[in-house]
Design a binder for this molecule. Sequence first.
Ligand code: XMP
Length: 598
Amino acid sequence: MVSDKIAVVDFGGQYAHLLARRVRELGVFSEILQPNASKKDYSDFKGVILSGSPYSICDLHVLKWKNDLFKMNIPVLGICYGHQLIMRENGGEIRRAPSTEFGSAKMHVLNKKGVFKGLKGKSVVWMSHNDEVSSLAPGFEVIGKTADCKYAAIANFEKKWFGFQFHPEVTHSEEGQKMLKNFVFNVCQCKKEWSLKDFKKQKIREIRKKVGKKNVFLLASGGIDSTVCLALLLKSLPKKQIHAFFIDTGLMRQNEPKLIQKSFEKMGFKLKIVKAGEEFLSKLRNVSDPEQKRKIIGKIFLEVKDKELEKLKVNTKNWILAQGTIYPDTIESAGTKHADKIKTHHNRIEEILKELKKGKIIEPIEELYKDEVRFLGKELGLPKKFIERHPFPGPGLGVRILCSNGKQIQGKKLEQKINNFLKKTGYKAKILPVKSVGVQGDLRTYKKAVALEGKIDFQKIEKLSTQITNRFREINRVVLLLSPQKIKKLKMLKAFLTDDRIKMAREADAVSMNVVKKNSLLKKTWQFPTVLIPVQVNGFGESIVLRPIESLEAMTAKFYKMPKKALKENVKGILKIPRIGTVFMDVTHKPPATIEWE
Ligand code: XMP
């Protein structure tokens, strides 16, 4: 048993579990507590971290916050909403921020004690918030500020209470982990007593206990998550108890089904391929709403699985379904108590949640993030080549082909305002007639995208992209026009998931993946979606958006500043595909946009 533990109070923020995980990465065990925790609950911990939240601080009643924590003698670190909570509960004031901040900001470090020990004078931090502190509570001092945020970091050194408006837990806060390390070891005085190797052993024990003699069915996508899940099952149970299917949705990448089957054969396991493209396509034919598409895809997965189960001659009553769900799937599907739903992941539809409640599903890696899954994969002896592949979402091209009933989205006035803002920058804006999903201040957004015309100067564009999404609340995504050079006419086409569009998207994806391989960008990019949008520019065809990103765990991401030679090659290759007339590149970080468009 470990004795030194840190509690993370989960107010529903997208990064609450990431905080817990960052602490565990430091070798200290951490647990999640709910906002109504009492003195008794806190008494086991050497320190408490208060997470962010999709709620405004003014909605405290919604979360049933019990104010016991500040009556105790425990170090506290509040993040975003947690930071505002510390202020509000101790006599400070909060307001709606006059200009919201999403993305990176430079913080001036004003005091290098406690949590800021050993930091540089200026530190890049990651912001995502709508509210802010407007006056400091008595006993506190400012220890960090940014151009847009006067109270970016605050401290009461006597009580050992600290608050950050930014997110130290995301990797894009460059010294974030150092700050958490300072809090855990310097301030809370914890000892290092926990490791991921222990996690593997503990999971094997748990799987054996939960599965017993039951048959396990696994839906494998060929991605890293379900493969690691299978490898873990194979380490825990006799092979004959495990039945794995690969459902070919018809929405896969070029040659993917064969490649997956071969990879599993190499692992000494025969994977059954089920061809179900027709079933998926027939039910998605006239659907354009992104959430509806996701739910339908999740449901067909289950229907196909049920049909296959019937065909097997094993005792299907005595079964359990295994899924390679990882933590971001759960949190982004509002799987924790207070989180907002960003998107329904295919393994988090209602039918699955019901089975989960009945104890019919086992998800051995549900607490992990992608980089931890990769680490575990290595521990389990999976081939390096497999582990390093880019992640591919379960619903596949289904969420990378945007559909529309042809309704035009207007935005002339907004376009004018953005162009006024862009005066003298050398860039011009055009509102695209398309919406996409984003995440801002822990909330789901479904907003307009804006295209910039101008030079490929990524430094300049990065700054403008952040300014535009911070300043214009109607926009959550910015793209750069790569070809043609100017937009004269824009039209939203009526378009659904059809064979010819899937072919276009698949070919475009193959072009991008070849460019990635040829230019050795596999490790430099974390993922590289190629998205087909039904937007017609200057009267011809449809558009492709390139979405290369850098990330570590997909909870936050930066658009990748692709080398110009590779970018040119990519555009050239894509324009050879029939009926594609336009290529954009997505130049938005996450937040405010998500990695995928829907
Ligand atoms: P977003 O678009 O939310 O994506 O920034 C975060 C990561 O999750 C992947 N993703 C999915 N993976 N089933 C999956 O297995 C899904 O339904 C799903 N939706 C998004 C996405 O590709 C990215 O890596």
